[in-house]
Ligand binder design. Structure first.
Ligand code: ADP
Ligand code: ASP
Ligand code: MG
Length: 472
């Protein structure tokens, strides 16, 4: 254990250009005056998207497009080197950038030849962005007199083999962290670890899902018993709504683990949905802070909040689809049908975001993410093939024109009439409510509305709850 260890994670925009990388290094240098520091870095903004697009091009046989993208990636990182390092410092870095992109090129060539992209190779390739940033940040720290080492998280974070959305195996990860990171920290070196990636115990590369660097940081904070985790991003903290949707969204001073997890799960991109889970046992506090305005306090995420002040935030997810299954008559057991449908979705790892049932009409609907819809439908149609073929069920219906709005807050528990007020606020705007769910924890009310009017619904509910900046 390293007393006082601070884990600092820098998101894509916080390392998105030379001046941002320089600012991130400043923040590390400053924090290191008071704490031992471990840094976790994302790829520069948009780089992960470009890497994924490059692999898609490779799969499609578009050699020119693939090479063009790789050239652009190389240029972008070399430009940063040119700004941040003097000419004597540059050669090993140029070589490093070149080597990582050469490796990526090799992965893409394989995809080009095969005409497909195996999930394992995608995970290996898509982590290139984080490796590039880790290299640059570690070297920059060294030029500022701080001993630092770039660490590829595939050496440390051990995961299962769910490529693209892997889960960590914490005890194995702890052992690796003790082998790889602890000696560095003990000798005063700042490990600069790649966010987003890991590997199976037998060394196959994996990633933790889009936005997964937050999760990488919380996994490392947990296994190293960190004192605190700071997540540096491009907004002032966790806000009462997505500031792109609600212009007067306000920053929250403090939220509970439960609230933050619900917010993230229901679409607040500011945190990866699984970030809080590894921290619960050790109750490690998290700060969400703005690297563009580091003196602002940010949001503190704590195990429990002292007082629970009602609704805290409104989130939304636009890329969702509603699947409805309906029996033709009452001869089919509704509960059994539902169990089989859920089982079919669980088998292909599709998450049900909301489930709503009408007992009279023998129908129920399930909300899933748009990117998982195809897999969900294949699995449902195969599990219910006989019933569908014999006409015991209506054809499975899919509505892709919906969006999910969620109202989150610990203090909503026992506030009578709240749900009713929210429905009225939405209806007042002429917006149709399609489905509703409220968990027994009363932490979240989830409402499915027409996607076209989702943003309008979020603004209406946000205002109804009095959450805006001007009202505080
Ligand atoms: P990073 O690259 O630092 O991980 P992300 O882009 O993943 O940053 O997350 C930060 C973004 O999340 C913000 O720029 C903001 O647009 C968006 N966001 C969505 N909902 C919220 C919310 N409730 N509070 C703060 N930011 C939010
Ligand atoms: N670079 C990865 C992504 O864009 C991980 C992250 O930024 O957290 O999804
Ligand atoms: Mg993020």
């Amino acid at each position: 254990m390293i007393p006082g260890l601070l884990v600092m994670k820098f998101g894509g925009t916080s390392v998105g250009a030379a001046d941002r990388i320089s600012a991130a290094a400043d923040l590390i240098v400053q924090a290191r005056q008071d704490h031992p520091v471990l840094a976790v870095v994302s790829a520069m903004a948009k780089v992960t998207d470009t890497l994924l697009e490059t692999m898609r091009r490779a799969e499609a046989g578009d050699l020119a497009g693939m090479e063009n993208n790789i050239r652009q990636l190389e240029q972008r990182h070399l430009e940063v080197c040119g700004v941040l390092f003097d000419s004597e410092q540059q050669p090993p870095l140029i070589q490093g950038v070149h080597k990582l992109l050469k490796e990526f090129d090799r992965i893409c060539q394989g995809m080009l030849m095969l005409g497909e992209k195996p999930p394992r190779s995608v995970d290996e390739g898509v982590a290139t962005g984080e490796k590039l940033t880790a290299l640059l940040v570690a070297k920059l720290l060294e030029t500022r007199g701080i001993p630092a080492a770039a660490v590829d998280a595939s050496r440390v974070i051990v995961t299962d083999a769910t490529f693209g959305n892997a889960s960590p195996i914490l005890d194995k990860t702890r052992r690796r962290a003790e082998e790889v990171l602890l000696p560095q920290l003990q000798s005063g070196v700042v490990p600069v670890v790649t966010g987003f990636n890991g590997a199976t115990a037998d060394g196959r590369p994996t990633t933790l899902g889009r936005g997964g660097s937050d999760f990488s940081a919380s996994i490392l904070a947990s296994v190293l018993d960190a004192e605190q985790l700071w997540i540096w991003t491009d907004v002032d903290g966790i806000m009462t709504a997505d500031p792109d949707v609600v212009p007067d969204a306000a920053v929250l001073d403090e939220v509970s683990y439960n609230e933050a997890a619900e917010l993230a799960y229901n679409g607040a991109k500011v945190l990866h949905p699984r970030t809080l889970a590894p921290l619960i046992e050790k109750q490690i506090p998290v700060w969400s802070k703005n690297s563009f305005a580091p003196d602002k306090p940010g949001t503190r995420i704590v195990p429990q909040i002292r007082e629970a002040p009602g609704v805290r935030a409104i989130t939304s997810l636009a890329r969702v689809a509603l699947i409805t299954i309906e029996a033709v008559n009452a001869s089919m057991q509704g509960a059994q049908l539902m169990a089989r449908a859920l089982d079919a979705l669980a088998r292909v790892n599709v998450e049900v975001l909301l489930l709503s049932r009408s007992s009279y009409r023998q129908n129920f609907c399930m909300l899933v993410r748009s990117e998982e819809l195809e897999m969900a439908m294949e699995s449902l149609e195969s599990a219910l093939a006989i019933e569908l073929a014999h006409g015991y069920l209506y054809p499975i219906a899919v509505d892709e024109s919906v969006g999910l709005l969620a109202i989150v807050g610990e203090g909503m528990r026992g506030t009578p009439g709240l749900a009713g007020r929210m429905f009225t606020a939405i209806s007042r705007e002429g917006i149709n409510i399609i489905a509703i769910a409220q968990g027994s924890s009363e932490l979240t009310i989830a409402i499915v509305v027409e996607r076209e009017k989702l943003a309008k619904a979020v603004r209406a509910v946000h205002a109804e709850c009095g959450l805006g900046e001007r009202r505080r």
